[in-house]
Design a protein around this ligand. Structure first.
Ligand code: V47
Length: 357
């Protein structure tokens, strides 16, 4: 631990073996101290949040990943698909709440063509040009290439022209193909996921990245995943935030697996902060971690709690017990109680308002 601490203090990069060592260590406080130091270098005493609305266009999905409780077959009870008009209204009704972002992710619908998605983006963008549209995980973009026969670059350019501004970080799961064959065999491969972000960055789009952990993967797989993200960021920078997503097992094909512990969640936040020295923000997504663990993770390297969300569906299908949304005032309180300055940001981390007391 001492030699790792020295390296962190000197700004040197940690290796695969050091990452694995940190996961195996029980010295949570030293880990926290190092990660907090890194967080302070990147964002000082600020902790970010944003005011956004999640929109999940459909839950009808041909991929039916083992870890997902949200996806449905078309004829299943509870299956839904928003029309373009319904999606537009769903977004529009949140505008009076002062949202600055539409966060749109969906399922891999077997029948809807690319035009459906383009139309929703352009309707929202034309009506609300100042609201940032962050939409479609790389797994969805790969799906769009398959249904349209277009290359990732062409799909992204069409979406960009319609008003898409950035990509969320979903669909990464664990970037290891033999594991993906077990948990998500019908969607983008590791290289396809990476390629979409590589191309998006080259087109000038900012994106996020995630890691779904706590299912069938090993500690080594987690570290290898982080290293792949770090490598892509070196080669083609554009990731703004990393979001570790603890696996929520209820109602999934992996229901026998126990939910990750708070210690694992906190360690994962801290280790990602230390390994991903070239990604500025680590997000503790409060919906998944729960507000108490998300708040404590601010002392372990996280510098963002994500947003107001308003109505979250994917994680709630998997039994998460947090609320479906939260007010801006509540987010400000949670951040202040941890001793940090709450900062409202836009999607790409421009500062909109500081709440200094
Ligand atoms: O790709 C699905 C994950 C992701 C479960 O970019 C699950 O700012 C845990 O990526 N247990 C979608 N995780 C959500 C996502 C996201 C969320 C918040 C912010 C951002 C961002 C991105 O959710 C999926 C998958 O990895 N997921 N089911 C589950 N049962």
């Amino acid at each position: 631990m001492e030699s790792i601490a020295d390296k962190v203090l000197q700004g040197q990069r940690l290796t695969r073996e050091e990452g694995i060592f940190l996961y195996r260590s029980h010295d949570l406080l030293t880990l926290g101290e190092l990660a907090r130091r890194q967080k302070k270098e990147k964002s000082g005493s600020y902790v970010f949040f944003n005011v956004n609305r999640h929109i999940n266009l459909s839950n009808v999905c041909h991929a039916r990943c083992q870890f997902c409780a949200f996806g449905r077959d078309q004829e299943d009870p509870g299956a839904y698909l928003m029309t373009v008009e319904e999606a537009f209204q769903f977004g529009a009704e949140a505008v009076p709440f002062g949202i600055t972002e539409f966060h749109i992710v969906s399922a891999l619908h077997p029948d809807m063509g690319l035009d459906y998605y383009l139309e929703i983006i352009s309707r929202l963008h034309e009506a609300f040009p100042s609201i940032h549209i962050q939409a479609f995980s790389a797994a969805e973009i790969v799906h769009f290439t398959r249904i349209s026969g277009l290359a990732p670059e062409e799909v992204l350019k069409k979406l960009q022209a319609a008003g898409l501004a950035s990509l969320p970080g979903g669909g990464a799961e664990i970037l290891k193909d033999d594991l993906r064959q077990k948990i998500c065999p019908n969607k983008a491969s590791s290289e396809e996921w990476l390629e979409v972000h590589r191309v998006a960055h080259k087109l000038g789009m900012k994106t996020n990245c995630t890691m779904l952990y706590g299912h069938l993967e090993s500690i080594e797989d987690r570290i290898d995943h982080l290293l792949q993200l770090r490598r892509l960021q070196d080669e083609s920078p554009g990731f703004k935030a990393f979001i570790p997503l603890p696996f929520l097992p209820d109602n999934t094909g992996l229901e026998h697996i126990r939910r990750t512990s708070a210690v694992d969640d906190i360690k994962t936040i801290a280790i990602s902060r230390l390994m991903l020295d070239n990604i500025d923000h680590v997000k503790a997504f409060w919906i998944m971690l729960g507000l108490p663990v998300a708040q404590i993770s601010l002392e372990f390297g996280a510098d963002d709690l994500d947003g107001t969300v308003i109505e979250e569906r994917i994680m709630h299908a998997a039994g998460v017990e947090t609320k479906k949304g939260i007010t801006q005032d509540e987010l400000i309180q949670w951040i202040r109680q941890a001793g940090y300055i709450p900062v409202e940001r836009d999607t790409v981390y421009n500062i909109l308002q500081k709440y200094e007391s």
